[in-house]
Design a protein around this ligand. Structure first.
Ligand SMILES: Nc1ncnc2c1ncn2[C@@H]1O[C@H](COP(=O)(O)OP(=O)(O)OP(=O)(O)O)[C@@H](O)[C@H]1O
Ligand SMILES: [Mg+2]
Length: 429
């Protein structure tokens, strides 16, 4: 059992780890794509802002350009102005109309008249400058060009730092996402874990239920093989074998019925059912069993009610409840089935004056293979699946089942079913 639990924990942990890993991979892939995209956007924004600053500076300096002779000049400006461009580390260049550099102020720039990113390569020194120029014209005559250049090093450094920050945060993002994913996958896996547990328990219970009749048949076969032992016991042996095989047949039928009703994939054919007719069939089928134990089985107030439902499920609900009512009643008891039509639903009631159900067992009677008194219900051939079938069938029809019981006085099962399919659940009033 402990080994089983360990195995289950290992499987569940493996699933959780896998889920967490997949989640981390997906998030990190998105994080990387987001990081690269942000880098490009960041770079484009910085370049755009440098270009705008250069354009502003050109517009600011342009009025200070003097035309002396044939060439433009900034000498007066350089001797008098507070040279603002240098605060931006900009290079100011003046070119004549033949594109020859004639004046340069500020840090040494690239000797090329060109807009855009210009590379400076001087031995090991590699730098990129951003460059903008404007034509110097007067009365339609071209006198030269005013060009401004600025190093992109501060922007490149900012981009590098941004990239480093994205990389440095990555392990924390991965760790955080991984931790959360592992935690939340625990919640996601819980229903699977529960289903696994229920399935194991179900298989174990079903196997256990089969054990007794199989053991009975084996013992009977032993007796049959030994003619000395068989003697006059032959009828008893045959009867025992018949009962054992009947029990297995009953169990197999209940398992198939339950699996079919509970299978959400299985389409249950819904037809118009005459509930009164069905109740009459159930009563007449079980009357011989009731009479055998001198139990008064009655169909009480039961109006003509038609409902759209899976006929087999409705029959299962009625017959299991009436069968239980008879099985768990003492001789001379009373069992009745009645119905009452409400607005859009029908209330079916099965009442008995039987042994009743202890309060602590009420919540468990719908569980598979649960029996209050195992030895007693085994005597009457029950495997504990009847009420599970009832609950599954009621749920499948969007209804509710309710039980009231008093030990030694009797039990009442009430089943509320909507008359038509896909109707909103209605509660017990
Ligand atoms: N009307 C009732 N009165 C007293 N106890 C009941 C009644 N109906 C059900 N029970 C209790 O609930 C248990 C579960 O009922 P359920 O119908 O699921 O199983 P079962 O009758 O033992 O076997 P099966 O229906 O598979 O033949 C029963 O074993 C019994 O102890
Ligand atoms: Mg039963």
């Amino acid at each position: 059992m402990e080994l089983d639990t360990n195995l289950r924990v290992t499987i569940v942990n493996k699933i959780r780890l896998k889920l967490a890993l997949w989640f981390v991979c997906t998030v990190m892939l998105l994080y990387s794509a987001g990081g690269v995209a942000s880098l490009f956007v960041f770079k484009a924004m910085l370049t755009r802002s440098v270009d705008m600053s250069l354009e502003d500076l050109i517009a600011e300096i342009r009025p200070s350009v003097q035309i002396s002779g044939e060439n433009p000049s900034l000498q007066y400006w350089s001797s008098t102005a507070q040279v603002r461009p240098t605060s931006l580390l900009a290079t100011v260049q003046l070119w004549d109309e033949h594109k020859k550099l004639i004046e340069e102020y500020g840090p040494e720039g690239v000797r090329r008249l060109e807009d855009g990113s210009l590379k400076i390569v001087e031995g090991a020194k590699k730098e990129v400058v951003r460059s903008k120029f404007s034509r110097i014209e007067s009365k339609g005559v071209l006198y030269g060009y005013l060009q401004l250049q600025v190093s992109t090093k501060p922007q490149d450094d900012a981009i590098k730092q941004f990239a480093l920050a994205v990389l440095a945060i990555a392990p924390f993002v991965a760790g955080g996402v991984g931790g959360c994913a592992y935690l939340f996958s625990g919640q996601a896996v819980r229903p699977i874990e529960r289903t696994m547990l229920l399935l194991r328990r179900f298989v174990a219970d079903a196997g256990h239920e089969l054990n007794t009749p199989v053991a009975t048949i084996e013992a009977c076969l032993e007796t049959i093989r030994d003619p000395d032992k068989l003697g006059e016991m032959s009828t008893d042996v045959m009867n025992m074998m018949e009962r054992a095989s009947e029990r297995m047949r009953h169990l197999a039928k209940d398992l198939v019925t339950l699996a079919r009703i509970e299978d959400p994939e299985a389409e249950l054919l819904r037809v118009t059912c005459d509930l009164k007719e069905m109740a009459e069939t159930v009563v007449s089928n079980l009357l011989p069993v009731a009479m055998e134990r001198n139990i008064d089985l009655n169909l009480e107030k039961f109006p003509e009610v038609k409902m759209t439902a899976h006929a087999e499920s409705i029959l299962e609900i009625m017959s299991n409840l009436v069968e239980n009512a008879i099985k768990y009643s003492e001789e001379n008891g009373k069992v009745s089935i009645s119905a009452e039509q409400r607005d859009h639903s029908v209330l079916i009631t099965v009442t008995d004056t039987g042994i009743g159900i202890p309060a602590e067992s009420i919540d468990m009677i719908f569980d598979r293979f649960y029996r209050v008194d195992k030895s007693r219900s085994r005597d009457v051939g029950g495997s504990g699946l009847g009420l599970s079938i009832v609950k599954a069938a009621v749920d499948r029809h969007g209804g509710q089942v309710h039980v009231e019981s008093e030990l030694g006085r009797g039990t009442t099962f009430r089943v509320l079913l909507p008359l038509h399919h896909r109707q909103k659940r209605s509660g017990f009033a």
